[in-house]
Ligand binder design. Structure first.
Ligand code: ATP
Ligand code: MG
Length: 331
């Protein structure tokens, strides 16, 4: 795989609200998605995963505001596009065609009074006005087949489909215009484990076939280990560690990453003791000083309670970054 970036996020800050009641939901987020890779984003509920997805697609609604940072899309064969300053028209063209997103709980957002056919062809109608009706239907059939649903289900209404099928329809819709990037926010969390894996396996196959890049968000790190190339772990609105999926699995460096790994059963290899993480994630309005994780961390020491560790490479030349005073020295 090439290390060519397709989406770069740097120093991204997001607040909910302004003034004294405003809270910081994302802090100094740096993240790069490379062409063709599956980048997993993990972290407990409230760590800011969905906020990040909404911010980079400019879908954040009030009181959410981007207060700093940059997001650039590197269009194949062209210069970088500054997403945060795209005009509304350019943004509409960018979404679906270049980047699409499958939202958390998306399978319940299909319109109950329209058939699968009408919902799939609507996306095509809006963005491919020159396409003829028969072509749109053919493309809708092709998309359904792509996600493993028989084409005769095109005339079905959402309630006639299982949860897994509805979720596949959402994925088909996200792929309709052959985007370069697909962001999936907890795409399978509402489904049973077998169905989750079936869908994700299929997604990885499609990615090989159609060569798009994926940001895959879930709180279930065991799924990420299995399906991602690289994993970024969030805590309290910051990225606390990022590395290759197998590096994170074999040798997590941040005590929070280690805690997450011990919160889910291992799929392969030796069994790990499930110890979980003591305590609960912090509220945005009461973020601990220093490293936000320090009150829950068994390895917290001197600088942790009052100095925020920055994301840094513990070993030069390696594609791993950790924000933890166990691995970097205070200045
Ligand atoms: N509209 C809003 N107004 C105020 N705070 C919000 C709003 N939306 C989200 N938040 C807060 O921002 C933080 C991050 O939320 P976000 O939904 O991004 O987390 P998440 O990691 O996606 O969690 P989950 O795993 O539950 O989906 C949370 O503390 C949440 O309460
Ligand atoms: Mg979320």
């Amino acid at each position: 795989m090439t290390a060519e970036p397709i989406l770069t996020i740097s120093g991204l800050n997001v607040d909910y609200g302004t003034g004294p009641t405003g809270v910081h939901a994302l802090r100094d987020v740096d993240l790069t998605l490379h062409r063709g890779e599956v980048l997993g984003l993990a972290g407990e509920s409230g760590s800011g995963k969905s906020t990040l997805a909404y911010a980079v697609t400019r879908l954040l609604s009030p009181p959410g505001v981007i207060t700093g940072g940059d997001v650039h899309y590197h269009r194949p064969g062209a210069g970088p596009v500054d997403i945060l300053s795209l005009s509304p028209d350019a943004l509409r063209a960018f979404r679906w065609q270049e980047l699409s997103i499958v939202f958390q709980g998306a399978m319940n957002s299909l319109n109950p009074v329209h058939t699968v056919h009408s919902q799939l062809t609507d996306v095509l109608k809006a963005h491919r006005p020159a396409m003829r009706s028969a072509e749109r239907t053919a493309r809708a059939e092709e998309l359904l087949t792509l996600v493993g649903i028989s084409r005769d289900r095109l005339t079905a209404y959402p309630h006639q489909l299982s949860g897994g099928m509805r979720q596949r329809v959402m994925i088909a819709m996200a792929l309709a215009l052959e985007p370069e990037i697909v962001i999936m926010d907890e795409p399978t969390t509402a489904l049973d484990v077998v169905m989750q894996r079936q869908i994700l396996r299929q997604l990885v196959r499609l990615r090989e076939q159609l060569s798009f890049s994926v940001v895959f968000i879930t709180h279930d790190i065991s799924l990420l280990i299995e399906f991602s190339d690289r994993i970024a772990i969030m805590y309290g609105g910051r990225i606390v560690e990022q590395a290759g999926a197998s590096e994170i699995y074999r040798d997590p460096r941040h005590p929070y990453s280690e805690g997450l790994l011990h919160s889910f059963p291992a799929l392969h290899g030796p069994r790990r003791e499930l110890t979980g993480i003591p305590g609960t994630p912090p509220h945005l309005s009461a973020m601990p000083a220093g490293c936000a994780f320090h009150p829950r961390c068994g390895k917290a020491h001197d600088p942790c309670a009052d100095q925020i560790p920055v994301l840094a490479r513990p070993e030069a030349g390696q594609d791993r970054e950790v924000a933890c005073w166990l691995h970097t020295r205070p200045a």
